[in-house]
Design a protein around this ligand. Structure first.
Ligand code: ADP
Ligand code: MG
Length: 312
């Protein structure tokens, strides 16, 4: 069974159980509308040693930061501001002392930067390998929330940053080149928290998610849930220096925001984003009413069987 096959199975099995007001499985976060027009959002991400990280290739401090960053990214990708986290961690004997303290120092530094207190969790021993689970909670006006299902035909598709740096950094790490700038980027992702909140306040932004598995697979979630298709202009993809086109589209863990916006407002959105954040917003294609994902180079279809990155 694939990762998404299992999630689909879970959805079916739990469909008869009352939702208690939650919008549940399927987006970057689960949503709970509150009285008074606000909403809370919830997300959980797991990092396991050997699958998501190699202990010799990352410091405990960096891992503490990364395990928080990837969750803050999911909250921001809904257009919400993260407000608190919970941390559960299983530690083997050989990581119990200084490793754990360094880890939590890295986690704390990022918590301070984003003003997100750590408000609970669980700590236990592991027979082998470190396992980390973070739950992040965010808050936003309900009308600000951006979902994967809201892309509309004609929308411009944007990436809110360069792509492929993390994938190229992972390649460096796996080849034993631990101290390249790209490897450091892979270990220290920067979640687009302020950007996500800003997009949340913009009604012309329709669908949004964060890029964790690579555009080639993540964009398909938006397309499937919105019942639309897309054309992507390959020459417009902002490939990070030191990376390449395929890594930019299929490599994971860039944690840049992917969004769609009304074409009439696209130019203003791009200009105001640059004014606010000092970096470009990259238009990379458009949403079509016809289903399917089409890669174009200078307007001509170019067939690729590109898929995103999967740990499963
Ligand atoms: P992301 O990459 O944003 O973390 P995923 O692609 O991992 O999201 O997950 C897709 C959806 O499936 C999300 O809504 C997530 O909450 C849900 N999901 C994943 N695993 C489980 C699980 N074990 N139980 C319930 N929901 C899950
Ligand atoms: Mg996500």
């Amino acid at each position: 069974m694939t990762e998404f096959g299992f999630i689909e199975q879970i959805r079916r099995l739990f469909a008869p159980i009352p939702d208690q007001g939650f919008e549940g499985i399927g987006d970057d976060c689960a949503v709970l509308p509150l009285a008074g027009g606000e909403a809370l959002v919830f997300t959980a991400d797991l990092l396991t040693e050997g699958v998501h990280f190699l202990r010799h290739a990352t410091s405990a401090r960096e891992l503490g930061g990364k395990s928080l960053a990837v969750n803050l990214s999911d909250v921001a990708s809904m257009g919400a501001r993260p407000v608190a986290t919970l941390l559960s961690i299983a530690l083997p004997r050989d990581a119990a002392q200084s490793w754990a303290l360094e880890f939590i120092e890295g986690y704390r530094t990022l918590s301070e930067r984003y003003s997100t207190p750590l408000v609970g969790g669980d700590t236990t021993r592991s027979e082998a390998g470190i396992t980390i689970n973070v739950t992040a909670i965010g808050r936003a006006p309900l009308t600000h929330l951006k979902r994967r299902r809201d892309a509309r035909p004609g929308d411009v598709i944007f990436a809110a940053g360069e792509l492929g740096a993390s994938g190229a950094g992972l390649r460096d790490l796996l080849a034993g080149r631990l101290d390249t700038p790209l490897a450091a980027l892979h270990r220290n992702p920067v979640p687009q928290v302020d950007e996500g909140v800003w997009f949340g306040s913009r009604p012309e932004v329709h669908a949004m998610m964060d890029l964790s598995d690579g555009l080639a697979s993540d964009l398909r979630h938006i397309l499937d849930l919105s019942h639309v298709g897309a054309e992507i202009d390959l020459e417009q993809i902002p490939v990070a220096a030191g990376s390449d086109l395929q890594t930019a589209l299929c490599g994971g863990e860039d944690y840049k925001l992917l969004l769609t916006a009304d074409t009439a407002s696209a130019e203003r959105l791009t200009a105001e984003f640059r004014t606010r954040f000092g970096t470009p917003l990259y238009p990379i294609g458009r949403i079509t009413s016809e289903a399917g994902l089409t890669w174009l180079r200078n307007g001509r279809p170019e067939p690729h069987d590109w898929q995103g990155f999967s740990h499963y």
